[in-house]
Design a protein around this ligand. Structure first.
Ligand code: SDX
Length: 429
């Protein structure tokens, strides 16, 4: 159902259509505003702007709700596995047993990468950040898989989607192995998706590797939590890149580059480094004061969110998973966890954080869990990118298949110099 809203600009009055969604805020359609008024809207950071219509993920920031295709994240994380969530995000419905088996089979048989990629990796310095390697190697996939880069062909789009979801764990594991000077481990088809990834990361040729099922289940759940999140910065980057017709591998590489930022997916690495820097609960008040100090650029990493003005529902599940993993590994008292729990309790009682509605987000606890599993901090955002690839692909596909989609091209408020005549060098003195 839609109604209208009236906007009075100078002596003009324009009727703007109001569109309602299934749930959540309605939108005022301003797509014709410039033609009608000669004016743009102004919304740096897009805090009040809906850039698209989507059926994939819904977030209620005030209530701390996250739904993938209508299903609460808590239920998907509890009852399903990551590939089930991938199927749901891509096709809109939970798979039947037969559909799930077929999807798992197809993903599993796309996990190997073109063997020449091995030589591509050796071009990187050993100490390159794994995210730099991921941006480069994922972008390079378009140089190896020409037969799935024509975005106008639905079959090629499907092949590219399966390749991306299937090959990200292999590339992520290769980035990790390369950074520690160990040989690449090939995927094994008799392992499930996340067990395969753990084996590719931690197996060595010198001995057999047995996947810990508790850790594999925990990491699989972590992937579900990170799979999609509406129109966040990296997803919007993928959509904008895709709107020009760029191939899917290039678009996902753009998403990885954006996710790397510490304000976004890089926050899990930054949050763990922050906890290590704080070191002990006694030093927490000093850092809380720094976070509140307007003149200090320090922020509590893993805290705050553009949309969630309540507890990030993923952070709750993440916290539970952290305890599960530490128990399984027999880590009785993790000093970083002590600092994190104490920091959270102090911050949530502090007027500044209450007034600004700053709560722990998904990145606050994830680092502790991943470190306990044996991943270096430099791999944390790589794991985020691995999991978010399906969300990026689902959003990219939705954008490509949207009949109203056109190249994204925002405008601006120009405050630079008015037109002026060129002054020759001689005249400039
Ligand atoms: C992710 O968008 C998504 O969905 C992202 C994500 C996903 O799944 O894709 O959820 C993943 O990126 C989670 C967020 C991870 N980032 C961090 O944890 C970094 C620390 N957080 C902040 O940088 C910040 O909270 C953001 C970037 C997450 C959100 O920033 P906003 O929405 O632009 O909010 P803001 O910067 O305008 O802050 C509002 C106020 C400001 O104070 P005032 O200027 O109003 O006085 O809150 C303050 C900020 O200074 N503030 C913080 C703070 N976060 C915001 N103060 C101290 N510590 C913080 N963490």
């Amino acid at each position: 159902m839609s109604s209208t809203s009236t906007l009075n600009v100078d002596d003009k009055s324009v009727e703007l259509a109001v569109k309602e969604g299934t749930i959540g805020p309605s939108v005022v359609d301003i797509s014709k505003l410039y033609a009608q008024t000669g004016m743009f809207t102004y919304d740096p950071g897009f805090t009040s702007t809906a850039a698209c219509e989507s059926k994939i993920t819904y977030i209620d920031g005030d209530k701390g709700i996250l739904l993938y295709r209508g299903y609460p994240i808590e239920q998907l994380a509890e009852h399903g596995d990551f590939l089930e969530t991938c199927y749901l995000l891509l096709y809109g419905e939970l798979p039947t047993a037969a559909q799930k088996a077929d999807f798992d089979y197809r993903v599993t048989r796309h996990t190997m990468v073109h063997d020449q990629m091995n030589r591509f990796f050796t071009g990187f310095r050993r100490d390159a950040h794994p995210m730099a390697v991921m941006v480069g190697s994922v972008g390079a996939l378009s140089a190896f898989y020409h037969d799935s880069t024509d975005i106008s062909d639905p079959h090629q789009r499907m092949v590219a989607s399966m390749r991306m979801i299937a090959k990200m764990p292999t590339l992520a594991a290769m980035a990790y192995k390369y950074s520690i000077g160990q040989p690449f481990v090939y995927p094994q088809n008799d392992l499930d998706y996340t067990s395969n990834f753990l084996r590719m990361c931690f197996a060595v040729p010198a001995e057999d590797y047995k996947v810990n099922p508790v850790l594999s289940r925990a990491l699989d759940r972590i992937f579900i939590l990170h799979a999609d999140h509406e129109q966040n910065a990296s997803t919007s980057t993928v959509r904008l890149a895709g709107s020009s017709g760029a191939n899917p591998f290039a678009c996902i590489a753009a998403g990885i580059a954006c996710l790397w930022g510490p304000a976004h997916g890089g926050a899990n690495e930054a949050a763990l480094k922050m906890l290590e820097e704080i070191g002990t609960p006694e030093r927490i008040p000093e850092y809380i004061a720094k976070a509140k100090d307007k003149n200090d650029p320090f922020r509590l990493m893993g805290f705050g969110h553009r949309v969630y003005k309540n507890y990030d529902p993923r952070a709750r599940i993440m916290q539970k998973t952290t305890h599960e993993v530490l128990n399984e590994l027999g880590i009785k008292d993790d000093p970083l966890l002590d600092v994190a729990v104490e920091l959270e309790q102090i911050a949530l009682k502090d007027e500044y954080f209450i007034e600004k509605k700053l709560y722990p987000n998904i990145d606050f606890y994830s680092g502790i869990t991943l470190k306990a599993m044996g991943f270096p901090t430099s791999m944390f955002t790589v794991l985020f990118a691995l999991a978010r690839t399906v969300g990026w692909i689902a959003q990219w596909s939705e954008m490509i298949e949207d009949p109203s989609q056109r190249i994204g091209r925002p405008r601006q408020l120009y405050t630079g110099s008015p037109k002026r005549e060129y002054v020759t060098l001689a005249q400039r003195g």
